[in-house]
Write a protein that binds this ligand. Structure first.
Ligand code: BTN
Length: 258
């Protein structure tokens, strides 16, 4: 079971001072909603909320994030970031998850813009960043020990499935928080430099012909990578267009994402 003392026992002292408090719920509607709705007097940068299960876990674009009990990581972190410095933050979070998965020696890790983390072409983690005043809530869901789930209708995998063994979620959380701590501090100091270095090595869409859905509109083109603000660059017959939001709804063959 998740245990704050055990998570902290893996921390170095600098990380312990960054992520506090660490609050764990047996069950909650959504860890993101919990932090969004905290009274202003309780809000503080580095506040971590974890849950064994979520009854109303939320994904991007108003999707449901299915959250079975005691199998995965459902974590939200409150973080103070000036509004004008938030562009690309979720890409940086994706890079921290990539580094975690590299640390535990998973192979073929990719990110499908903006921030779906894939292993062997299947989704293993998702990120939902939401704003509340001067803070953002960084929501992270990672499939850890889930080996079956009939509620999911997209290709998914889990760390246990890929490694063939169950993992200690407390240790994994401490490792993840270490990568997040480094990533967030770098993001504050120098912005997206780390993302730019890593992105070409993990970009699931690079050079693929894709369709981006933005509201009612579909845009087809070839994905060229990201620009300085983390926007996806799409090469269309009319020129290169940056997309700051949207959903990649279709990826033409060759597929699956490799
Ligand atoms: C996505 O890929 O659509 C984003 C999924 C984000 C899920 C996490 S689980 C912890 C946090 N609480 C939520 O309700 N959502 C995020």
């Amino acid at each position: 079971m998740l245990n704050a003392d055990i998570i902290k026992s893996y921390f170095s002292s600098d990380i312990a001072s960054v992520f506090s408090p660490i609050e764990i719920f047996q069950s909650i509607d959504s860890t993101n909603s919990y932090l969004l709705n905290l009274p202003a007097s309780e809000k503080q940068s580095g506040y971590v909320c974890l849950a064994e299960q979520q009854s109303a876990g939320r994904g991007r674009l108003e999707r449901v994030w299915d959250s079975p009990n005691a199998e995965n990581i459902y974590m939200s972190i409150l973080w103070k970031v000036p509004i004008e410095k938030r562009a690309g933050l979720s890409l940086m979070i994706a890079m921290a998850i990539v580094e975690l998965l590299q640390e535990i020696e998973l192979k073929n890790i990719k990110v499908k813009w903006p921030n779906d983390v894939l292993v062997n072409g299947k989704k293993i983690a998702g990120i939902l960043v939401e704003a509340t005043g001067e803070y953002v809530v960084i929501g992270i869901g990672i499939n850890v020990n889930m080996l079956s789930n009939e509620n999911l209708n997209q290709a998914w995998t889990s760390i246990a499935y890929e490694k063939g063994t169950l993992l200690d979620r407390n240790k994994l959380l401490a490792q993840l928080l270490k990568h997040l701590c480094m990533g967030l501090s770098e993001f504050e100091r120098i912005g997206l430099d780390k993302v730019f270095t890593l992105w070409p090595t993990v970009d699931a869409l690079k050079d693929k012909t894709i369709v981006i859905q933005q509201g009612e509109q579909n845009h087809e083109g070839v994905a060229l990578g990201i620009n300085a603000a983390g926007a996806l660059l799409l090469s269309k017959p009319s020129g290169i267009q940056p997309f700051y939001s949207g959903e990649v709804s279709k990826i033409h063959l060759p597929y699956p994402l490799g």
